[in-house]
Design a protein. Structure first.
Ligand SMILES: C[S@@+](CC[C@H](N)C(=O)[O-])C[C@H]1O[C@@H](n2cnc3c(N)ncnc32)[C@H](O)[C@@H]1O
Length: 234
C-alpha cells in the first residue's frame, strides 16, 4: 500500500473507531407504561440524554392517576424533556403533547418520541425547541398558547438558568393550567428554588419519595392579588 493508501486506510480505521465509540456510548432502555413497551435511546454525555428517576416518578403518577388527571385531548407541554419519556407517556394516555428542550437535545428527543408514539397515539406529539427564558413570547405567544398541563421532571439542579426557568413557568402558565413537577432535592442553593417558585404558584405535594429525595408537586398560579413578585434572583 502506498503512502496515500495508508493515509486513507488510517482515516477509515479512525472513522470506524469513532463509530464504534459512538455506538458504545448509546444505550437502549425499555420501560413499561400505559400498556406499552417504551424503548428509549440514551447516551452518557449530557444531562438530557438519560432518563432521570424524577421522570419515572412522574410517569408512574400519570399512569396510576389517569382518572383524576385525565389527559385525553388535553394540551400538555413538557419543559426539559430530555429523552422524552414523560412526553411519550402523556401522549400514550391521550394528550396532545409538545415536548421541548435545548436545541442540541432535539434530535434524540424527536427520535424517541416518534418511534414510541407513531400509530399508537390519538394525537401525534410535537417536538420543539424551548430554551428557558429565550424568545418565549415569539415562540409561545400568550395570546394563542394555552396549556392544560405543564410537566417538568428534574429541571432544578446546578445550572445557571434558574431565573429563566421560573420565567418560563410564569410565561406558559395560565390561571387554569396545572403544573406537575417532580423535583429532586440536591444542594441547598438549588433547593431554595422551591421557595421562589411559591411566590408565584400554590404548591401541593402529590407524592414523596424520601429515599430518592424526590417530591412530586402539583402547582397552580396564585391569583394576581396574592402573588408576590419574585425578584428572580437565585
Ligand atoms: C436532569 S435532565 C432531566 C431530563 C428529563 N426531564 C428526565 O427527568 O429524564 C434536565 C433537562 O433540562 C434541560 N435543560 C437544562 N437547561 C435548560 C435550559 N436552559 N433550557 C431548556 N432546557 C434545559 C436539559 O437539557 C435536560 O434535558
Amino acid at each position: 500500500v502506498g503512502v496515500g493508501g495508508w493515509a486513507s486506510l488510517s482515516t477509515l480505521v479512525l472513522s470506524l473507531l469513532s463509530v464504534i465509540t459512538c455506538v458504545a456510548r448509546i444505550y437502549f432502555t425499555s420501560f413499561h407504561f400505559a400498556g406499552h413497551e417504551i424503548r428509549i435511546t440514551e447516551a452518557i454525555d449530557c444531562y438530557g440524554a438519560v432518563v432521570w428517576p424524577s421522570a419515572l416518578v412522574l410517569c408512574y403518577f400519570l399512569e396510576n392517576n389517569s382518572k383524576q388527571y385525565n389527559l385525553v385531548d388535553k394540551n400538555v407541554i413538557e419543559i426539559g424533556a430530555g429523552t422524552g419519556l414523560v412526553s411519550i407517556v402523556a401522549s400514550l394516555l391521550g394528550a396532545l403533547v409538545t415536548a421541548t428542550d435545548l436545541p442540541e437535545l432535539l434530535g434524540n428527543l424527536q427520535h424517541n418520541v416518534f418511534r414510541n408514539t407513531k400509530m399508537k397515539c390519538k394525537h401525534q406529539p410535537h417536538v420543539k425547541e424551548l430554551s428557558w427564558g429565550v424568545d418565549l413570547e415569539k415562540n409561545f405567544p400568550r395570546s394563542s398558547c394555552h396549556f392544560d398541563y405543564i410537566m417538568a421532571a428534574d429541571v432544578v439542579y446546578h445550572h445557571p438558568f434558574l431565573d429563566e426557568l421560573l420565567l418560563t413557568f410564569d410565561h406558559l402558565c395560565k390561571n387554569d393550567t396545572v403544573i406537575l413537577w417532580a423535583m429532586r432535592f440536591r444542594l441547598e442553593k438549588e433547593n431554595q428554588f422551591v421557595g421562589r417558585f411559591q411566590t408565584l404558584f400554590n404548591l401541593e405535594v402529590l407524592s414523596d419519595f424520601p429515599s430518592l429525595n424526590i417530591t412530586l408537586y402539583k402547582a397552580m398560579r396564585k391569583s394576581r392579588m396574592t402573588a408576590r413578585p419574585s425578584k428572580l434572583m437565585v
